[in-house]
Design a protein around this ligand. Structure first.
Ligand code: NAP
Length: 443
């Protein structure tokens, strides 16, 4: 019997477990660890609450989790509660599927002013992530600036502009729903340091901005390159740019009787944030594109900014004992191999790119490497203790592990607490999650 530890229960972790099940069948036992008492990582706390159909992929992960060969072990942080060396003593292979939970830093003066947030925190706040549920952004000002032209920026702009009714069937947490309900935002500026041909937004997500009840996207036609140039773009980007062209023709919020404008400001890179205590303005430098890069022109302008959310990408968390590529913000690895018997997958391997589905081939590819290493003898003779050894170690350390069956209790409690028009009301702190487990837990 071989033993595999997967650290992180988000999409890349579960796809890796699924691939291992298929490749090794009954010859493997897989433990999926998570520092949270609840599984699914970004599916739960990253995917936008109004994108429930994307969250539905967790049913596929549940099928993997409910098999004999795979188990979920929550509420244990590898690198803190259990060291990498301790885990490597117990399992033939370790796969780090820990994602990229930290913001790429917005390194400009004033970034530490109040009401300036990174997307990890802001998205975590409206998704009820326990680390960010107390964020309490001030949404009373009239102008929000969202930095970045990726899908996360789109999520944030859309969530900021939706009406209460548009959150029906979503699992946005009540604290966020209430605060958004009394928000004063009238203008949302989406700030891009490059131009329309360099956006990272995908067509389906961008198109949603055109169907909002209270908000209108606004694109200045003068920013758009000649239409003929679109032919050079790859098909997905071409579709997105076509949508920007439609936005440019659709008129203003005022013309369409909508109270909120989502304004695309291109060719403007963040230079500084200004305010006495709380942020009040963002100073940007105008740019031109040279060989695909944004180059400052020396022309600066200030835009109002009562709230700033920086959606400029993410970094992985270093883990003691594992080599880390500081510049790229992910584990130092060669096609997923970090050290003999230690691997990484998903955002922890390749950085924060791609959709949920991109992680599936990633998971299958890493299992192929594991199979190669098993065949070559790199993973040793197969005498590791696996689960039994882990359980004894966890007991000796007094860890309060959460099983998949425990998670199902948390899930049930969240479903029972749901608002009338919502699938669940998430617990937003760890103590409440653990309390929902009750006293009759299996040892
Ligand atoms: P992203 O797609 O990499 O976009 C990051 C944006 O930030 C880019 O426009 C980038 O501009 C800009 N940026 C980076 N550094 C900057 C700086 N210092 N100053 C100003 N702008 C800066 O990242 P993301 O939006 O965080 O998304 C991460 C991944 O998750 C993506 O693959 C995305 O598609 C995926 N995702 C998917 C969905 C969905 O499918 N519904 C939803 C959310 C996220 P440059 O291009 O100029 O660097």
């Amino acid at each position: 019997m071989r033993h595999l530890a997967i650290i992180g229960s988000g999409p890349s972790g579960y796809y890796t477990a699924e691939a291992a099940q298929k490749a090794f069948g009954e010859d493997i036992r897989v433990d999926i660890f998570d520092r949270m008492p609840v599984p699914y990582g970004l599916i739960r706390s990253g995917v936008a609450p109004d994108h429930q159909s994307i969250k539905g992929v967790s049913r596929r992960y549940e099928k993997v989790a409910l098999s004999e060969t795979v188990r979920f072990v929550g509420n244990v942080a590898i690198g803190r509660d259990i060291s990498v060396a301790e885990l490597a003593d117990l399992y033939d292979g370790l796969v780090f599927a820990t994602g990229a939970p930290h913001d790429r830093e917005l390194s400009i003066p004033g970034a530490d002013l109040s009401n300036v947030f990174g997307s990890a925190g802001f998205v975590g706040w409206y998704n009820g992530h326990p680390e960010f549920s107390k964020l309490a952004p001030d949404l009373t000002g009239s102008t929000a600036v969202v930095i970045g032209m990726g899908n996360v920026a789109l999520d944030v702009a859309r969530i900021l502009s939706k009406s209460r009714e548009e959150f029906a069937d979503s699992d946005i947490v009540s604290h966020a729903l209430d605060q958004l309900g009394s928000a004063g935002i009238e203008r949302i500026i989406l700030l891009g340091r490059r131009g329309p041909h360099q956006i990272m937004m995908t067509p389906k997500e961008l198109g949603e901005l055109g169907n909002l009840a209270r908000a209108m996207p606004l694109v200045d036609a003068a920013d758009l390159p000649p239409a003929d140039d679109d032919a050079l773009l790859e098909p997905g980007l071409r579709k997105s740019v076509t949508i920007l062209r439609q936005f440019a023709e659709a008129g203003t919020s005022a013309q369409n009787g909508k109270p909120i404008t989502i304004e695309f400001v291109f060719f403007a890179q963040p230079h500084a944030l200004h305010g006495t205590d709380k942020v009040e303005e963002i100073e940007v430098e105008r740019t031109v594109i040279e060989r695909g890069r944004a180059v400052g022109t020396g022309e600066f302008l200030r835009l109002p900014a009562d709230l700033v959310v920086s959606c400029i990408g993410y970094r992985s968390s270093p883990i003691p004992g594992l080599p880390f590529d500081e510049r790229a913000g992910r584990f130092a690895n060669d096609e997923g191999r970090i050290l003999p018997g230690i691997y990484c997958v998903g955002w922890a391997r390749r950085g924060p790119t791609g959709t949920i589905g991109t992680n599936r081939p990633d998971g299958y590819a890493i299992v192929e490497k594991i199979a190669e290493d098993l065949a070559s003898g790199t993973l040793g003779p197969g005498s590791k203790q696996g689960r039994a050894g882990f359980d004894a170690l966890a007991k000796s350390k007094g860890l309060d592990l959460v099983t998949f069956r425990d998670w199902k209790k948390i899930e049930q409690a969240e479903e029972e607490a749901a608002r009338e028009d919502a699938p669940r009301e998430k617990f937003v702190d760890l103590a409440a999650m653990m309390q929902a487990l009750g006293d009759d837990r299996e040892p």
